[in-house]
Each structure stands twice: as structure tokens, then as C-alpha cells.
Design a protein around this ligand. Structure first.
Ligand code: RAT
Ligand code: ZN
Length: 422
């Protein structure tokens, strides 16, 4: 049916973005089969590393050691008191907690953490996964799976990593590319014949390592986060492993290589997982690798706001590059809006506007609520401009476009069928 009034058009766009199920292509969530690796509940929400960093800004006298020696519950109490009671929670990460509690139906007027905790002590992980995925309208969640993380290993070895088709794998290999000196002994322990100077069978063995994890995890892509000074090509362990191992193995397995570029790790180690920062990167590295390997597919997100425009332009020149998400410090309403607007103007629908990066299951509710309303706002402007120019849209065309932005473009790019589609 064609939408003949602007009012009807805009209402339909908003409703469609609100209701279309999402494929969330990058999270740190786990399926229930991974046991305690799946984080959920109000104490986890409050101790999210984004909130830890924000809390410390108001507590000049609190030593880092004191905080880290507290129990999780004590840490959550302190963060609640500092960020929600002593100040108003309007930063994006704080507002996220409020959105979650509100959407779960809690009474926010009482601000009673005890009552919220009581609900979580009664619910099971399985029921809560269903509730959250249903509330947030998420059909598929992509995990971040680290073959060097001993706590994931038992689930993979027992063959239960992919029991729940709503949770798909991504093979994440940061230690291999970013810390060869510390990683080669770990490969050796796992039975791979590698050496520090990368001589002999090392390259063959790294390829064998990657292939064995690809067949175990059936990942949708192979991923790495890279520092802001990432250079390519480069005469380094990382440069060699990319050229001689990552590129041929991902091409043969027909999976994209996902590069998340722009992190300055541990600028303040006392903050632990909250201690990473951002730096501007060289787009030339992305240009060179995607144009050198045109038969490979690349998913790229960059952390610095300053890199966003040139990344979108680079994607216009290279169809084997799919830009995704407003990552980490960009995941704020003002920046999501600016970046999404610019991307749709340069790339149309051949982009993945957002991923959640959730570490805690409950966050799916807020990250997607907040992102959906911005995506809808930008799309309303774009469709509104088309309407003013005399272009009339069918409901079905809008449904198609939104489904592509919220996951379809990803599945098409990787050449697989969304398991949630049956
Ligand atoms: O956004 C985050 O939570 C970061 O700590 C990182 O996990 C980042 O997204 C990454 O994947 O390295
Ligand atoms: Zn992440």
C-alpha cells in the first residue's frame, strides 16, 4: 500500500523501526550454555565498566584498590548512590539503566535497589533471556568468542557453544594480532608448532589454529580490535599474520575479517576494563587492505569520531567493505544521529547503522530502544525529503529498507541465511 500523506508515512516509518526484529552483530553476550559468562541483572548493570569510570570522577578520595576489593554488590551500591542518588543519571550509560528498569516495569519513584534485586533473585537465566530478547525485539545476537579464554573452552569442547540458534559466534583473535610475544607460547601449549621468530612451520600452524576454531565455532566473521596507530602494510608480526594467515584463511572459509580500529588500551590501568581510550587512526591502512584483497570481505568500525566520514567514503570505493556500528564512545545519541545521517547520505542502505556492544543481557533493551529512536528520526527525515520531492513509498518498501538496516544487509554481505528466518 502506498503512503499518500506525509503524516501517515512518518508514523509508519517510526512504527516499523520500533517493531522490526534486529540482528545485533557485535556483543559480548553469551548463550545460556556458557553459564556464568552470561552477565545479567541489576548489579551487573550498575557495575558496567562505563559506569565505573563515571563514578570515579565524583570520588577523588576513593582509592582504586578500595573499589576493587569491594564485592560486586557493594560496588553496585556505591555506583547507585553516586550516579543515581547524589546526581541525576542523564549520561547515556546511566540513562540506559533507567530505561531498562522502566521497561521491566519497576517503580522508579521509590529508587529502591533492594526491590529490583529481589526480582532478579527469582528469575532464571533462560526465562530472562526470553524476556529480554522479546522486549528488545532481538532475533539474533552475535557473541564475541575468544579461543584464548579458558572459561569458554569447556562449552566449546562439550559441543554446546551453538545450542541456541539465537546466539551466533564471532571468532575474536586480539592476542594473536596484538601481542605475538605473549601469545606464541600459548599456541605452543595448545599443541601448535610455532616459534617466537615466526620461522619454520609457524605460519602453517597459525593457519591450522584458525581453521580448527572456524570449524568448531562456525563463526559469522573473524574479528580483532586494533590500536589507533594500526598501520598496514607493516613489517611486523601483525602485518605478517594478516597477510599470510588471516587473509587466506578467511577467504577460504568465506567469512569477513572484522577490524575494529582506534582503541588506546589501558591509558589508566587502575581502572582495569574501564581504562581504555580512543585515538584517531589512519584511514590509509583500511584503504590499502580492502583494495589489495578485493576477493576478501571486510567489516570495519572505527572508534574516533574524526575517522567516520573518510571511512564512509572508503566504503563507497570498495564494495567488499561493510561499515558497521557506532562503537563504544560513539554510542551516544548526538553522535549516533550525526554518524547515521552521514552514512545514509553517502551509502544509502548498504551499511549497518548500529550494533549494541552489550556486555550485560539487560542492556539490549536500552541500547536498542535508544538507537531505534535515532535511526527512526533520521529515516523520517530522509523519507520526508523524498516525499517532498514527489516520491511516494509503499509500506512494503519501507519494511524492506528497515529490515536491511537492522540486519538484512549484514546477512546478505556475509552470504548466509539468518538462522532466525528458519
Ligand atoms: O565497548 C566495550 O565494552 C569495550 O570495552 C570493548 O569491549 C570493545 O567493544 C571491544 O570489543 O573491544
Ligand atoms: Zn565490543
Amino acid at each position: 500500500m502506498s503512503l499518500q500523506s506525509k503524516q501517515a508515512l512518518l508514523e509508519f516509518v517510526e512504527r516499523t523501526v520500533r517493531e522490526t526484529p534486529v540482528t545485533d552483530i557485535h556483543t559480548h553476550l553469551f548463550a545460556e550454555s556458557f553459564g556464568e559468562l552470561l552477565l545479567w541483572g541489576v548489579d551487573e548493570l550498575l557495575t558496567y565498566h562505563y559506569l565505573i569510570a563515571e563514578m570515579f570522577r565524583y570520588k577523588p578520595d576513593l582509592t582504586y584498590d578500595t573499589f576493587w576489593s569491594m564485592t560486586k554488590r557493594e560496588q553496585a551500591d556505591l555506583i547507585w548512590q553516586t550516579l543515581f542518588i547524589e546526581h541525576s543519571p542523564y549520561s547515556e550509560a546511566c540513562r540506559g539503566v533507567v530505561t531498562v528498569l522502566n521497561r521491566l516495569g519497576f517503580d522508579l519513584s521509590e529508587r529502591d535497589l533492594g526491590k529490583y534485586r529481589e526480582y532478579f533473585s527469582r528469575v532464571s537465566a533462560g526465562d530472562y533471556i526470553d524476556r529480554v530478547l522479546d522486549t528488545a525485539k532481538i532475533k539474533t545476537v552475535v557473541m564475541t568468542n575468544d579461543p584464548f579464554d579458558a572459561s569458554e573452552l569447556p562449552t566449546w569442547e562439550a559441543g554446546h557453544g551453538l545450542d541456541d540458534p539465537r546466539f551466533q559466534a564471532a571468532l575474536r583473535i586480539d592476542p594473536l594480532l596484538n601481542a605475538w610475544d605473549a601469545t606464541w607460547p600459548r599456541l605452543k601449549e595448545q599443541g601448535f608448532d610455532v616459534s617466537a621468530d615466526m620461522s619454520g612451520r609457524t605460519m602453517d600452524e597459525i593457519r591450522r589454529f584458525l581453521q580448527s576454531w572456524i570449524s568448531r565455532m562456525n563463526p559469522l566473521y573473524l574479528a580483532v580490535s586494533l590500536p589507533n596507530d594500526f598501520a598496514y602494510p607493516e613489517n611486523s608480526a601483525r602485518g605478517r599474520i594478516i597477510d599470510e594467515c588471516i587473509i587466506p584463511v578467511t577467504r577460504e572459509a568465506d567469512i569477513p575479517f572484522a577490524m575494529m580500529i582506534g582503541v588506546k588500551r589501558q591509558v589508566n590501568p587502575s581502572l582495569r576494563s574501564a581504562g581504555d581510550s580512543v585515538g584517531k587512526s589512519d584511514i590509509g591502512a583500511v584503504e590499502t587492505i580492502v583494495s589489495r584483497y578485493q576477493d576478501n570481505k571486510f567489516l570495519v568500525t572505527m572508534l574516533s569520531r574524526e575517522n567516520q566520514h573518510e571511512l564512509a567514503v572508503t566504503a563507497r570505493k570498495n564494495r567488499n567493505l561493510l561499515v558497521f556500528g557506532c562503537w563504544w564512545f560513539l554510542n551516544n545519541p548526538s553522535l549516533i544521529e550525526e554518524i547515521t545521517r552521514m552514512r545514509l547520505e553517502l551509502l544509502g542502505g548498504s551499511v549497518i547503522p548500529q550494533h549494541s556492544d552489550c556486555r550485560i543481557l539487560d542492556q539490549l533493551i536500552y541500547k536498542w530502544d535508544h538507537s531505534r529512536s535515532i535511526i527512526a528520526k533520521v529515516l523520517c527525515d530522509k523519507y520526508g525529503d523524498l516525499f517532498d520531492s514527489g516520491w511516494r513509498l509503499e509500506e512494503e518498501e519501507i519494511r524492506r529498507d528497515v529490515a536491511d538496516l537492522l540486519g538484512g544487509a549484514f546477512w546478505t554481505f556475509i552470504g548466509r541465511q539468518d538462522p532466525a528466518q528458519g
